[in-house]
Design a protein around this ligand. Structure first.
Ligand code: ATP
Length: 318
């Protein structure tokens, strides 16, 4: 029986479990033997494999995090680390490896592929920073978490006539801040892809309060600055009571949204379809609601730009 190993790597994201379940159940239904690797590439080097039957992936569809656990491993970036991992894969006669992780994990997946292991990538990161996919696994759930948090902050800010400066995750990508900002009707967004004009934001905040607003919300992506500094500068410039909130790891938690569960079910299912078509060495994503795939090289070459249409929509709606 051909064998497939699945691992999760880098920062966890809601929907990773659902992706594992989809790969495993579809693989089993098509006659593959399925294995899980615990703690990402570290587990590959440590020979930390578990057998995965249908029962092992029961009751995980709606759980955040990853039951295989995730890790970051500097040792795997070295040729020696990769060779050690490949030795274990070969001794177990594993034919395919599915890596669920972010762009760093894709580099690791590509390294395996370049050394002759048939590898797939699934975009497991809340950041939405992977090229050639409209969404990454967990992004939608995180948007909902951030949108709920902004709603909670709005209540208290309004009672005290304050400005809330909220820091969202996303590394060098502003998508969480931008889309949560649109979903929440915030007053300003500060994202790494666009230079921020803090003088203008402060002026607009002040004008809003003068018109009778009871509160204002500014969302800042972590790649563009931190909430504490931005709140301090805005307070100095506009004189309003300005409070920072760093949402932090709460953004990576919670039960995956229905979108993330369906999306990951489609991704996992499609991996097995590609194996049947003898297509390997690719990362999967979703473009225009179709599951698509590209070689790792194509993805690294593509780069990722801000969704300009969404940015314009935001600006027209404030
Ligand atoms: P997130 O976007 O959530 O941070 P990520 O997958 O980008 O997830 P990283 O820490 O960048 O997270 O990468 C995860 C792991 O992938 C690393 O710890 C390392 O083991 C492996 N990896 C990263 N870069 C490389 C590389 N250039 N070559 C081989 N392996 C790599």
């Amino acid at each position: 029986m051909p064998k497939i190993a699945v691992l999760t790597s880098g920062g966890d994201s809601q929907g990773m479990n659902s992706a594992i379940r989809a790969v495993v159940r579809t693989g089993l239904a098509n006659g593959f033997e399925m294995l899980g690797v615990r703690r990402g590439f570290k587990g590959l080097m440590d020979n930390d494999f578990i057998e995965l039957g249908s029962k092992e992936v029961s009751d995980i569809l709606y759980r955040g995090g990853t039951f295989l656990q995730s890790a970051r491993s500097e040792a795997f970036k070295t040729p020696e680390g990769q060779d050690q991992a490949i030795k274990h894969l070969q001794s177990r006669a594993i034919d395919y490896v599915v890596v669920i992780g972010g762009d760093g994990s894709y580099r690791g997946a590509q390294a395996l592929q370049n050394k002759g292991i048939k590898t797939f990538g699934l975009p497991g990161t809340i950041d939405n920073d992977i090229p050639l996919t409209d969404y990454t696994i967990g992004f939608d759930t995180t948007l909902n978490v951030v949108t709920d948090a902004i709603g909670n902050l709005r209540d208290t800010m309004s009672s005290h006539e304050r400005v809330s400066v909220i820091e969202a995750m996303g590394r060098s990508c502003g998508d969480i801040a931008l889309q949560a900002g649109i979903a929440s009707g915030v007053d300003a967004i500060i994202i790494p892809e666009v230079e921020a004009d803090l003088d203008k934001i402060a002026k607009d905040l002040k004008a809003g309060f003068e018109r009778g607003k009871s509160h204002s919300i500014v969302i800042v992506a972590e790649g563009a600055g931190n909430a504490v500094d931005v709140a301090k500068v805005l307070k100095e410039k506009c004189g309003l009571d300005t409070r920072p909130t760093v949402l932090g790891h709460i953004q990576r938690g919670g039960t995956p949204s229905a979108f993330d569960r369906v999306f990951t079910s489609r991704l996992g299912h499609h991996v097995i379809e590609l194996i049947k078509q003898e297509i390997t060495g690719v990362a999967l994503g979703i473009e225009n609601n179709q599951i698509t795939y590209h070689s790792f090289n194509e993805i690294f070459a593509a780069g990722r730009n801000i969704n300009e249409q969404l940015y314009h929509i935001f600006n027209d709606l404030i």
